[in-house]
Design a protein around this ligand. Structure first.
Ligand SMILES: [Fe+2]
Length: 364
């Protein structure tokens, strides 16, 4: 299985991994033979990368950090409770809100347990088409990333619960913003941006009145767009004025936003998403949080083709926990010439480096 750019030249190859919508329903099944019509449809849906079958890498398996069953349950539950939060806020129906918060806490515990069990690097690479209701998938992804960071920082269970709840609800204030604004491909007007920014305060106001949502979790919604140098919103607070959980969710939020399929721009690959974070390290985002995040996330996911500094090229076939940017690579080419596949572990070959990813497809 190999990760390649969606292009018409993939015609007559076979899809290596099913493509889902955000409700967990299959849009296109694994094993389907691709043709121009299907590929055009995928490109039209802004799905820029897909996995295809390939005989040199057919044994590679991708691990999604949580089961499809839990993912479906989590998305449905986030959607349901966000709607409840929205429809009950005017009446301040605390009982309904309290029940919703408790049910989300349960889901967070399940997610935490599954991530912990999988003992794997997080690879959420978009196989999900999320034109609609992006916010629910995004909330789940941000929760998984935030929990993974929290676990690496050895937070205690009650802290992880608060962090998870803050993450799953960080954008709850967005339910009030019209979809046209959230989905708008062009630059927002000042008035629209003003409306978008309000989701932080609205989320905070809603959450701080729910008894089982701790004040820190409510502050996650309030603070996740604040930046270290004070350039964020809504208050423009700085550095240590921002709670550590606010810093964690900021990193998770930005990474997921740039690596997800959106209708108006192309998803970046994980190493590119990390570059964005690094470019703001210490000025916008907390340096240590980024460092911990890098260790938790699959920088080069399984199935991606990488170019090495010694002229070799191959496909990532295994991750190294703790050394997320030095995976095991199955070499397929040496200086442009195909070779019989063999594997090298970048963990032990410290002078060999990944210099680029190659997602173009060449029929062999
Ligand atoms: Fe947000």
């Amino acid at each position: 299985m190999r990760l390649v750019e969606t292009s018409l030249s993939l015609s007559s190859t076979y899809l290596g991994k099913a493509i889902y919508n955000n409700k967990g329903q299959i849009l296109l099944n694994e094993g389907v033979q691709l043709d121009t019509r299907l590929l055009q449809r995928l490109i039209g849906m802004n799905i820029h990368y897909i996995y295809i079958q390939d005989n040199k890498t057919e044994d590679l398996k991708l691990h999604y950090p949580i089961s499809m069953k839990l993912r479906r349950k989590a998305i449905t539950s986030i959607q349901k409770h966000f709607d409840e939060f929205e429809s009950n806020r005017q009446f301040s129906n605390v009982l309904v809100l309290e029940k919703a918060a408790k049910s989300l806490i349960k889901i967070i515990r399940e997610i935490q347990a599954e991530i912990k069990d999988s003992q794997d690097l997080l690879a959420l690479l978009s196989d999900v088409y999320t034109y609609d209701h992006y916010i629910f998938t995004h909330s789940l992804n941000v929760t998984m990333y935030s929990l993974a960071i929290g676990m690496k920082l050895n937070l205690r269970d009650y802290e992880l619960e608060t962090l998870g709840l803050g993450a799953i609800l960080h954008d709850v204030g967005k339910v009030k913003i019209p979809e046209e604004i959230l989905m708008k491909p062009e630059r927002l007007t000042d008035e629209e941006f003003f409306q978008v920014k309000k989701h932080t305060v609205e989320g905070f106001e809603l959450l701080r009145n729910i008894p089982s949502v701790t004040l820190i979790a409510a502050h996650c919604a309030y603070q996740h767009h604040e930046r270290l140098n004070g350039s964020g919103y809504p208050r423009g607070i700085k550095a240590n004025e921002i709670h550590p959980f606010g810093k964690i969710i900021a990193v998770a939020d930005v990474f997921d936003a740039v690596t997800s399929n959106r209708i108006y721009r192309q998803a970046m690959l994980p190493h590119e998403g990390l570059e964005i974070l690094y470019s703001g390290s210490g000025t916008l985002y907390d340096q240590k949080t980024i460092e911990v995040f890098r260790q938790a996330v699959a920088v080069y996911p399984i199935g991606i083709t990488v170019v090495l500094n010694d002229g070799r090229k191959g496909v990532v076939c295994k991750q190294n926990i703790g050394l997320s940017d030095r995976p095991v690579v199955r070499v397929l080419e040496e200086n442009g010439i195909e070779v019989d596949p063999y594997e090298i572990d970048l963990k032990t070959l410290l002078d060999v480096m990944i210099t680029a990813c190659d997602t173009t497809f060449k029929k062999s």
